[in-house]
Design a protein around this ligand. Structure first.
Ligand SMILES: C[S@@+](CC[C@H](N)C(=O)[O-])C[C@H]1O[C@@H](n2cnc3c(N)ncnc32)[C@H](O)[C@@H]1O
Length: 379
């Protein structure tokens, strides 16, 4: 008789996109259906403690040690980490009970799949960012929303973020005063390039720029952070003629990559765009940081710099009208919490762009699980 769990595993391994997501939801429903109420509520209620020990596991290098050095006794781990054996033993016991690490015997621990995932650079960068820049928000958000009677949150200077981090500054001003948090988000954004950069392979950049004037700007990345997407543009399209320009606020430009062929320029996107007539103006994960009014101001400045040949490319989340995957729904809550902003459906994008006098040419959702889309708009 075949093992039903192996069957499910095999089906999941073959599934992709929405059908994979449906299977994962069904699996989760299966777990809940066999748990008692107490088990389900305790499990979800203690997620913050789980995140906390996962962070401690990473800080102590437990996941790397088990992944790279094979099974380790409590004594060996104590020698490597210098933690007190009693504290360490209690933490390891809890990690093992959660399945974060495996247990091979009494006080003997080993890597399992979860442990190996947390030991990867991706695991370290993602958890570090969520911990450094997220945890305080999630703890503050219920009280913040209660105090504000659960009204629409649209003021980026008075949202959960300011309450949680006890500041009057907006997110990006604050990051510059808090380099540890800034480094966490910069590394996380660079990591996202692997998934968010794939649209370059689907959009006809080469076809659209074949006869572009090499003296004209071809790619202006506004709010381009330290320049990951300018570097990717140069890497993917070294032969595309024209200037490639990275724009961001001065404190970010100071830390920008020095990519050959990329001009780094300080520019506030609420001000007049000095680079006129570029083939592309790119806004990646920018407008989801701003409410509709502020986003319209940014778009109007771009519109004034565009010519009939220019294309505005927006690389941002396109929220489906139903069954929104958890990652996109969580990003939307994060944008509310940190910027008083939001992720948008296609209708909301069309209304925003139309309101700024731009016409949507095309929208491709190139990653349906993370809802990453590329929207092109022209005059
Ligand atoms: C979420 S990051 C997006 C970075 C990058 N475009 C990407 O897709 O990963 C938003 C960027 O907007 C920049 N920014 C914020 N306010 C700005 C302003 N007024 N003018 C220009 N850039 C700004 C921030 O410094 C940050 O690098």
């Amino acid at each position: 008789m075949s093992n039903p769990l192996e069957d499910v595993k095999a089906r999941l391994a073959m599934a992709s996109g929405a059908s994979r997501r449906d299977l994962l939801i069904q699996l989760n429903e299966l777990i809940v259906s066999v748990e008692t109420t107490e088990e389900t509520v305790k499990r979800i209620g203690l997620y913050p403690l789980q995140t906390s020990v996962a962070k401690i596991g990473q800080d102590l290098g437990i996941f790397e040690l088990l992944t790279n050095c094979g099974p380790q006794s409590l004594e060996q781990l104590q020698t490597s980490t210098k933690a007190h054996p009693r504290t360490l033993g209690r933490l390891l016991r809890y990690m093992a009970s959660l399945g974060l690490i495996g247990e091979a015997g009494i006080n003997l621990f080993e890597a399992n799949e979860t442990c190996r995932k947390f030991a990867t650079p991706e695991g370290v960068i993602t958890l570090t960012h969520f911990w450094d820049n997220g945890m305080a928000l999630w703890q503050t958000m219920p009280e913040f929303l209660r105090k504000h009677n659960y009204q629409d949150v649209t003021n980026g200077r008075a949202t959960v973020f300011q309450s949680a981090f006890k500041t009057d500054e907006d997110l990006y001003e604050w990051f510059h005063q808090n380099p540890v948090n800034q480094a966490s988000i910069f590394e996380f954004m660079e990591l996202q390039k692997a998934t968010r950069g794939v649209w370059f392979d689907k959009y006809p950049i080469q076809g659209e720029t074949r006869s572009w004037d090499p003296n004209m700007p071809v790619w202006v990345d506004m709010g381009g952070n330290v320049g990951h997407y300018c570097a990717l543009f140069k890497e993917k399209f070294p032969e595309v003629p024209g200037r490639v320009i990275l724009q961001d606020i001065p404190l970010t430009i100071e830390k920008a990559l020095r990519t050959p062929g990329v001009e780094n320029m300080s520019h506030d996107f609420f001000e007049e765009q000095p680079i006129k007539g570029s083939k592309y103006y790119h806004l990646g994960w920018v407008l989801h940081n701003w409410n509709d009014e502020k986003s319209a101001q940014i778009l109007r400045q771009i519109k004034l710099a565009m010519t009939a040949e220019s294309v505005l490319l927006i690389n941002d989340v396109v929220v489906p009208y139903s069954k929104v995957p958890a990652w996109a729904a969580s990003l939307d809550i994060m944008m509310m919490a940190v910027c008083g902003a939001q992720e948008r459906t296609m209708k909301e994008w069309a209304d925003l762009l139309g309101g700024a006098g731009l016409s949507v040419k095309e929208c491709t959702v190139y990653d349906t699980e993370q809802c990453h889309g590329i929207i092109s708009a022209t005059l």
